[in-house]
Each structure stands twice: as structure tokens, then as C-alpha cells.
Design a protein around this ligand. Structure first.
Ligand SMILES: *[C@@H]1O[C@H](CO)[C@@H](O)[C@H](O)[C@H]1NC(C)=O
Ligand SMILES: *[C@@H]1O[C@H](CO)[C@@H](O)[C@H](O)[C@H]1NC(C)=O
Ligand SMILES: *[C@@H]1O[C@H](CO)[C@@H](O)[C@H](O)[C@H]1NC(C)=O
Length: 212
């Protein structure tokens, strides 16, 4: 009696467990591949956006670095900031520093001042690189939106417009892009491009940055 009671309880136990497993399998079969596909494409999208965004940072900082020796010292950012950049090993540290130097090179535009000689020289190539960025990033984002069944038509329309924009405002649209994307698609976690800027604000950045 006791033994059959125990075995029937065990049977109930197994049935409940089997049911749970069955339900999980059912859900897995039904929705997880979809979610997995979305996660994979989100990761791929983030990698593509970062790769394209970083390409602009690299091309502009390299262009500026090569022009420095030919310009009056009072018209340029000091060479040592680029040398400091070369010493950085971590990905986010590197690109948040490049982002900061990029903003510095373009600071006259941020503050509505007449561009200095360095910026005047760098600007045409920089704009081409940024238009190229918006042009190249668009198919990755539209594919992501399609797969994740989301509609961000204003964002896509802006990116389309920016891919042919010639106005200086293009530079700010580029600088603001990580924040714009975060506002529109927060699940796409780009690296923190403001890492160095935040460290400066918080007073934790050391070395040459503290003498700014
Ligand atoms: C998710 O997809 C990737 C690549 O398609 C695959 O390697 C991985 O095993 C999948 N994960 C799950 C939990 O199904
Ligand atoms: C740099 O120096 C030159 C020559 O002294 C001057 O004409 C120019 O306005 C200066 N530029 C800045 C940004 O101070
Ligand atoms: C699109 O661009 C307009 C004009 O610059 C701006 O006001 C708006 O916030 C942008 N929207 C998105 C989603 O980026």
C-alpha cells in the first residue's frame, strides 16, 4: 500500500516533470529559434555599426595627425595626444579616446566658431567618410529592423538623408549617432564612446589628459 502510494506519487512527479519539459520543448520549438536569430543579428548589427563608425574615427585622426607638422603650432591639437592614442590597448579605451580626439579636432563646429586650419584641411575628407558611414550602416540597420519586426522609419529616413548631406551639421549628426541609436534601439549596445570624456569629467583620467 505504502509502496504503491509512493510509486503513484513518483508517477505524478514524473508526469509533472515530463509535462514541464514538454512545454519547454514546445516553447523552444516555437519561439526560441526566432529569438536566437534576433540575438545573433543584434550582435552582428552592433559589430557592423561599430566597425563602420570606428573607420571614420581612424581616418580622421590619421588625416589630422599627418597634417600637423605642416601647420602653425597654435592651429593644431598637440601631437602627443595622438601618440597617447597609439599606446592604448583596449578596444573601448582606444575608440573612446579616438572619439574624444575627433570631437576635439571638430570642436570649432561644436561651438559655432570659424574652423581652424587643421579642421579646414580635414573637413572635406571627413565629410566623405561620414557620408560613407551612413550609407554603409543603413542596410545593416534596415535588416535588423526587418528581422526584429520593428519600424523606425524616421531614423532610417534621417540616415538616408545623412548619406548625402554636405552641410557642416553632418559632423554633429555623426558625433551624436551612438546616442541617437541608443534612444531608438536601446537593445543594440554599442561600446561607450564617451568613456574617456566621462573619466575626464569625473576627474579619474590621468596622464596627459589631466593637463587639458
Ligand atoms: C543560436 O544560433 C547559433 C548560430 O545560429 C547556434 O550556434 C546556437 O547553438 C543557437 N543557440 C540556441 C540556444 O539555439
Ligand atoms: C595662430 O597664429 C597666427 C600667426 O600669429 C594667427 O594669424 C592665427 O590667428 C593664430 N590662430 C589661432 C587659432 O590662434
Ligand atoms: C531626424 O532628424 C531630425 C532633424 O535633424 C531630428 O529632429 C530628429 O530628432 C531625428 N530623428 C531621429 C529618430 O533620429
Amino acid at each position: 500500500m505504502a509502496s504503491s502510494e509512493r510509486s503513484s506519487r513518483r508517477l505524478i512527479g514524473i508526469t509533472a516533470w515530463s509535462l514541464a519539459l514538454g512545454l519547454i520543448c514546445l516553447t523552444l520549438a516555437d519561439s526560441v529559434p526566432d529569438r536566437n536569430q534576433t540575438t545573433t543579428i543584434a550582435t552582428n548589427t552592433v559589430q557592423a555599426v561599430e566597425r563602420l563608425f570606428n573607420r571614420v574615427l581612424i581616418s580622421t585622426t590619421e588625416d589630422a595627425r599627418q597634417r600637423i607638422p605642416h601647420l602653425p603650432a597654435n592651429e593644431t591639437i598637440d601631437r602627443q595626444y595622438f601618440e597617447e592614442l597609439d599606446l592604448i590597448a583596449g578596444n573601448e579605451d582606444y575608440y573612446s579616446t579616438a572619439y574624444y580626439i575627433f570631437a576635439w579636432i571638430n570642436s570649432d563646429l561644436m561651438y559655432d566658431k570659424t574652423p581652424d586650419k587643421l579642421l579646414v584641411e580635414v573637413l572635406p575628407g571627413e565629410k566623405i567618410a561620414i557620408r560613407n558611414f551612413f550609407d554603409k550602416v543603413k542596410p545593416f540597420l534596415t535588416k535588423y529592423l526587418r528581422t526584429s519586426r520593428q519600424d523606425r522609419s524616421e531614423l532610417v529616413a534621417n540616415i538616408t538623408r545623412l548619406a548625402t548631406e554636405t552641410d557642416d551639421s553632418l559632423i554633429m549628426s555623426y558625433l551624436e549617432f551612438p546616442q541617437t541609436l541608443k534612444g531608438q534601439l536601446p537593445e543594440l549596445h554599442l561600446m561607450d564612446y564617451t568613456k574617456l570624456a566621462q573619466a575626464l569629467v569625473q576627474g579619474v583620467a590621468r596622464g596627459i589628459w589631466t593637463s587639458l
